[in-house]
Design a protein around this ligand. Structure first.
Ligand SMILES: [Zn+2]
Length: 270
């Protein structure tokens, strides 16, 4: 007797073997590409026909170029993040040593110093040999210092660039209640980079407290043989006065170099 509740049952059929869908040899058919004209399309499997070979090749090249662009973008973004962390000021982020304009022999000497400092940086790190750039504003001191920093960053050294006022502020901020950092943590942070570039030496108040902070930072760096590059618009004797004898002696002890930028302003010549 027929069961009335079962209205319909799907027919039981065996799954089609893959070999049924494979065309061997492949099917071929003349087709027309709107851009490249006639081509022979092939079908190896099911109803999947090949596209115009020229269009397909162009798509593969586009895809490859997209991948290359994405990779370049990724590298550029990573470099921008490193520049941000290194604190290189925005307008100095493209001031490489190669872009330093040399018009006379004193500039050539300064540039040679910068190139040698970068080239010998492994050795610089064994002695902690610091350097001081002094000279009038607009003579390219910050450009050369940034150029050194950028060249070292490209060689994967850790560089930190900041004004002396900012460095002092970072330390002084730890004295306020609720500060996220302790003073020794900030000093350690300033002591850690392979090269610390301190700009605008002489812009600080020159108080005993500031001298002590600077001494702590530079002494910590000195102890771990890490060099510091100081930049100042003052003349050498004035730099020594604002830094204090102790710091000055520390800087000079390991053969720290003084590079004098004694030519007229260079701004506007870039
Ligand atoms: Zn085509």
């Amino acid at each position: 007797m027929k069961n009335d509740h079962v209205l319909w049952e799907p027919p039981i059929s065996a799954p089609r073997p893959l070999s049924v869908l494979l065309h061997n040899p492949p099917l071929t058919e003349p087709r027309m590409c709107g851009v490249h004209g006639a081509y022979v399309a092939q079908c190896h499997f099911g109803t999947c026909w090949s596209r115009c070979p020229t269009c397909a090749a162009a798509d593969r090249i586009d895809e490859r170029q997209r991948e290359v662009r994405a990779a370049q973008c990724h590298v550029a973004e990573a470099w921008q993040r490193r520049l941000g962390r290194a604190g290189i000021p925005l307008r100095f982020q493209d001031r490489t040593l190669d872009r330093f304009v040399v018009t006379h022999v004193a500039q050539e000497r300064a540039l040679c110093f910068a190139r040698a400092y970068v080239a010998q940086f492994d050795q610089v790190l064994t002695t902690g040999r610091s350097a001081i750039f002094v000279g009038k504003p607009g003579t390219g001191k910050t450009h050369l210092a940034a150029g050194i920093g950028l060249a070292l960053m490209a060689r994967h050294y850790h560089v930190l660039f900041l004004t002396v006022l900012r460095a002092l502020r970072l330390v002084k901020d730890t004295w306020s209640r609720g500060s996220e950092w302790t003073e020794s943590e900030v000093v350690a942070r300033l002591a850690r980079p392979d090269l610390l570039i301190l700009d605008e030496i002489g812009m600080q108040f020159g108080s005993r407290t500031e001298e002590n902070i600077l001494f702590d930072v530079l002494n910590e760096r000195y102890e771990s043989r890490r060099p510091t590059l100081l930049i100042s618009n003052l003349v050498v004797d004035e730099v020594r006065d604002v830094m204090g004898e102790r710091i000055w002696d520390r800087l000079r002890e390991d053969g720290g170099d003084i590079v004098t930028f004694d030519w007229v302003s260079y701004r506007g010549k870039l």
